[in-house]
Design a binder for this molecule. Sequence first.
Ligand code: G3I
Length: 359
Amino acid sequence: MLRKLSRPLLCIPFIAAALIPFALAANAQSTPDPAPALRDLAEQNHIHIGAAVYSDHLLDPQFNQVLSREFNMLTPENEAKFCWLQPNEGKFDFSKFDQLVAFAQANNMEIHGHNLVWHQCLPDWVAQGKFTRDQALQVLHDHIFTVLGRYRGRVAIWDVVNEAMSDSGSGLRDTPWRDMIGDDYVEMAFRFAHEADPDALLFYNDYSGEAMTGKANAIYDMVQDFVKRGVPINGVGLQSHFTLGGVNEASISQNIKRLGALGLQVQITEMDDRFDGAPTPAILQEQANDYAQLMQACLENSNCTAFITWGVSDNYTWLRGTNLGFFKNPLVEPLLFDDHYQPKPAYQALVDVLTKHAG
Ligand code: G3I
């Protein structure tokens, strides 16, 4: 494909004009093909490369261009959560999620649905509903059936339950769902989701369970029990919210491998890599190493099927908007593209690992 010459061809003498076809041919041979985008390299490695997207950011044309060019999977950052879809009992609002689904379909992107059951973004009518077990199970059932029924055939993967495990790994965290239903609310959510959409891939998603930690062991024990008892589950999402230098490739790979031995997929679902202070070249290189190590841990295990970053560019990272104390750093720059949508060393590191592995 000939690239359009960047300079206008003005008042060329007749002889020179006769040489144009040869010049163009030479130019075509000397013009390198555009570098393959992340999504092309991911496809060569038979995985998806994704990003979490907040629908408001689709109004930004530069954001859209990078998102559609580089990624073949999209996670709704907020729009498919309970408090967005059913803010009031029985009253659903799909408008924002529909925008993201339409964008994904228009750009040939898979959708990683996130999430059906969580203790955050739970509207007061549920969190303070004081429902009996049966009433709460009905609320859970109806929400899951309504959502999965609407997006069946368009959303192939769902984070059914998000962050149910306590940080200590000593058991399930206390949540309104657990209080109202009991410990089996996790299992019941998966059973309802499978009934609602038997073709969907159903994931359990959590943080701080990437390497072989106590919490990872608790998650492993839970999903091993589900597999043993035939509870419909297909995978585990490793959120991967890291602080610089926190990626332990060997330990993460070991965890992915043991989940694979259960027959489960693993996806890196929310990768970002924060640091405080100015992005010196050394810091950006360490961040690149973190991204490369995590991608390597995924690629070396055939049950790892997606690598999703929690955002596209630093200017829109959730970390700048949170009130979580040390996250208030306006300079936090955890993603692959900077505030001006330019690829960072971490982007090139992923290109290098994906290219090497595809080769
Ligand atoms: O959209 C409203 C806006 O209209 C309103 O003016 C504003 C007032 O604060 O709030 C806006 O909603 C906020 C929303 O993000 C969109 O910016 C919510 O208050 C805020 O709570 C919400 O935070 C999200 C958080 O999950 C809680 O749902 C973050 O964006 C999102 O990045 C974060 O993502 C979570 C994953 O779902 C699970 N894993 C951890 C990850 C990071 O916490």
